[in-house]
Ligand binder design. Structure first.
Ligand code: NAP
Length: 291
């Protein structure tokens, strides 16, 4: 069923950077109330400023399109932002944040679980702590937040929960055992939850982006937990985060459940080969040095 972001309360995790920032700006442009999360407060403030600018530009454009008599001065698209910084890897902090998020506007209409951390190390070189940290941040945090927010959505028989997985949630990839496992886990959890919530009025969508031009590879963890610190070619030449965000919201607003936003052939071919020709996939991904 289709719906619109206008006037909705939208909580976005990972809003301080990359895809999450672009999702926030686009949601502001479409008139949503926003709760923005991440750990980096100055970066969240920057996102909020960009959202405010987008909201004003959209209002000006709408008013210019109306007759002067029709235009209601002071009409707002309601894109006010509230910052809710916390560390997803801290189980207590994320539960406390979820409770706070529910009280800010008295409800969450759209929960966008976008935050994530990647990995750049072979399994044998990845410490158990780093492996667990990636699973905690990408997967268990999402599950805990859903557990906290879902009862309120169920009580209203409405709401949208979207999780940003990855093409790495549809195929394996070297140096990403924990990352790919966390993204497959998200897909398994949300596609199962969806079956339980059929007919409840709650939309559960999973987003599978291809390679997007963000800091994901720079922020990825090496096996000892240090930052990878390098912009990998796939991200450097990856798809535009703003176009990615627009496409995600467009498809979510139509009620789509599985949203593949991989514009490059390499990502789409990888998913296809891994599913139908696994031996060929593993040979080719190894020969080409991985993703
Ligand atoms: N870029 C790609 O090629 C690509 C492809 C497929 C899927 N994705 C997925 O897209 C999502 C967004 O990634 P991105 O590409 O935009 O990367 P990014 O620029 O590195 O953004 C990651 C976001 O996650 C937040 N985050 C990470 N660890 C956190 C923690 N412990 N607590 C709270 N927030 C945390 C970061 O916020 P702080 O630093 O402020 O904490 C940041 O806002 C991720 O789930 C990623 O797996 C990305």
């Amino acid at each position: 069923m289709s719906w619109s972001l206008s006037g909705k309360v939208v909580w976005i995790t990972g809003a301080s950077s990359g895809i999450g920032r672009s999702l926030a700006v686009e949601a502001a442009r479409r008139g949503a109330w926003l709760i923005l999360s991440g750990r980096n407060v100055p970066a969240l403030e920057e996102t909020a400023a960009l959202c405010e600018r987008a909201r004003l530009a959209s209002e000006n454009q709408q008013n210019a399109q109306k007759d002067e008599q029709e235009a209601s001065p002071g009409a707002r698209n309601h894109a006010a932002c509230t910052l809710l910084p916390f560390d997803l890897a801290d189980p207590e902090a994320r539960l406390e944040a979820a409770q706070k998020a529910l009280t800010i506007h008295g409800r969450i209409d759209v929960l966008m679980l976008n935050a994530g951390v990647s990995q750049r190390a072979k399994f044998v070189e990845t410490s158990a702590d780093v492996f667990n940290l990636i699973m905690e941040t990408n997967f268990f945090a999402a599950v805990d937040i859903v557990r906290a927010v879902l009862p309120q959505m169920c009580s209203h028989s409405s709401g949208v929960i979207a999780c940003v997985s990855s093409v790495a949630g549809l195929m394996g990839a070297p140096w990403r055992t924990a990352y790919s496992a966390s993204k497959h886990a998200q897909a398994g959890f949300f596609s199962s939850l969806r079956t339980e919530l059929y007919g409840s009025g709650i939309q559960i969508s999973i987003v599978y982006p291809g390679f997007v031009r963000t800091a994901i590879s720079e922020n990825a963890l090496a096996g000892d937990g240090t930052r990878h610190g390098k912009l990998d070619p796939l991200q450097k030449f990856g798809q535009n985060p703003e176009v990615t965000a627009r496409t995600i919201w467009d498809k979510l607003e139509t009620g789509k459940l599985d949203i593949k936003v991989a514009f490059e052939l390499k990502a789409r071919l990888g998913v296809f080969l891994s599913r139908y020709f696994p031996a060929l996939f593993v040979r080719s991904i190894s020969r080409h040095g991985g993703l």
